[in-house]
Design a protein around this ligand. Sequence first.
Ligand code: SAM
Length: 266
Amino acid sequence: MTTHPSSVHPGQAALVRELAKGGLLSAEWREIWEQTPRHRFIPNPAWRQLRRSCELVTGPERMDLIYSDEPVVTQLDNGDNGDNGEGGGPGIATSSNSMPSMVARQLRALDVRPGHRVLEIGTATGYVSALLCRRVGEENVFSVEIDGVLAAQARANLAAEGLHPTTAVADGELGLPAHAPYDRILSTCALRRVPPSLAGQLAPGGRAGHPDDRCLLRGRHSPPGPPGERRSGGPVLPRRLVHAHALPPAGDAGPAGHHHGAAPGD
Ligand SMILES: C[S@@+](CC[C@H](N)C(=O)[O-])C[C@H]1O[C@@H](n2cnc3c(N)ncnc32)[C@H](O)[C@@H]1O
């Protein structure tokens, strides 16, 4: 894979530099992030997540938001955005493109490698799917999204990049049994619970995780993981898989937007 620095969007390049400086990107991931400009996946309108509400972001500020280490809210009130982005609903974030450092941290924690079969729960914009396609090969990426409109947009975003992973409109709590087992399962949304069926879709030695960097599940007969990682001979079932599109600062309850049984920080 060759990178052409001149073709990297300057905002993307700066964001990636920051992630790399923070130790969140290996050389391989860095190249992939540089090749995958975030702005191509963000629809218009888009919003900034404030503590208790969302703020429509337009003009030059929009690109500033996209190339910051912040989540970008991409849907309010399950799609009742209104034509001008100021719909009649309560203005609750129901989909977003997650905070880049959180995504990088999650991918690092899951140790996603070329050839791994990966299930992503929460396709949203398709951005993480694109990163995954470039790491493991599009034939190994499976992504489920509960909202059919978002899933269609994600497919279009991905196709525009020449990427065609398997996508499905489904409830991620059920996983995607037709294509199991998976070496990695990545939840980017709130699941009320981790049903045994999802744990059962993890390959031996596989891992599943959520955005705060902890490994939640290990497939049976897992090889030992890196120091500090939770280990088990069998799956470790947490009470729930927690999704956050941004990691809350220490001691903070996190942003206010929630979706489909979201958890703090969603
Ligand atoms: C923070 S976004 C994911 C960000 C995404 N990975 C990206 O690259 O832009 C969470 C997404 O999960 C979806 N979602 C919520 N609950 C779900 C469920 N039970 N199954 C599948 N998708 C779900 C939401 O509709 C939302 O689009």
